[in-house]
Design a protein around this ligand. Sequence first.
Ligand SMILES: C[S@@+](CC[C@H](N)C(=O)[O-])C[C@H]1O[C@@H](n2cnc3c(N)ncnc32)[C@H](O)[C@@H]1O
Length: 281
Amino acid sequence: MSTIVNTGQADAWNGPVGQHWADHHERYDGMLASFDEALFAAAGIGERDRVLDVGCGSGSTTRRAARLAARGHVVGVDISEPMLARARSVSAGIKNVSYEWGDAQVHPFPAGRHDVAISRGGVMFFADHTAAFANIGRSLRPGGRLAFVCPRPAAPDGEEGRVLGLLASLLTASSPRVPAPQPSTKADLATAMASLADPDRTRKVLEQAAFGSVAVTPVDAPTCWGRDAGDAVDFYVSRGPRAEVPEETLDAMRAALRPYETDRGVLLSAGVWVVTARRDG
Ligand SMILES: C[S@@+](CC[C@H](N)C(=O)[O-])C[C@H]1O[C@@H](n2cnc3c(N)ncnc32)[C@H](O)[C@@H]1O
């Protein structure tokens, strides 16, 4: 039986936020997949590895890991029932994948079970990061590897931050009653997103959690927000009460995104940290 200590996060990811991610899993995957190359290069997953995917969401990285660990096994753990339901249905028939519902900060992982733990943006949401990484570390064999991706602080002139800021201000200017879509309706989710943005803090937390050889590397890549500006705006406003957004505001938002339309969709450059570490001992 798994215990939940991050109850606010559990509420958010089992509520409308998690449901939105589950319903739009392909879109969210399109936004994050450009960081996969760096994540998987850092993780170095071998054919026989036993892999843990922390905060696996709808399981895109879990399935990619399973292709690499073709003779091993991958477990995805997540606190969100709707996202795990999506992960399970998309992964049907893949024999070396399983999913577990739980709070990775305290989930009773079997000790020393995994060769590598990975996460694409699923490790920022812990109230106690040291306890969470210590728990994840205990699930690794001695010398086991950790590789994850987390957001860097948005530079004021960074492309994604600047463009999303413009969309948010257009939305609030059009009607103060329409809140700008956030990753969550809960403010603490936005705070959590930035919780590992400071590499010095991340190094300290991991060392306190008995990891060594910590490396934090910046990676920039384009995030895809939609097929074209209209599609991207539809997605953006779907995270709030769309019916209340005036047509002229939608037009202004489409115009703001048009310069970023490419033949691969609306691409906004964004930055993450790729963090690697090794379980001591
Ligand atoms: C930004 S989403 C990323 C999902 C997925 N890794 C991906 O790349 O699509 C963050 C994920 O972390 C999960 N999560 C948040 N807090 C968690 C916790 N304490 N334990 C396990 N999963 C958690 C959420 O439910 C969500 O699926």
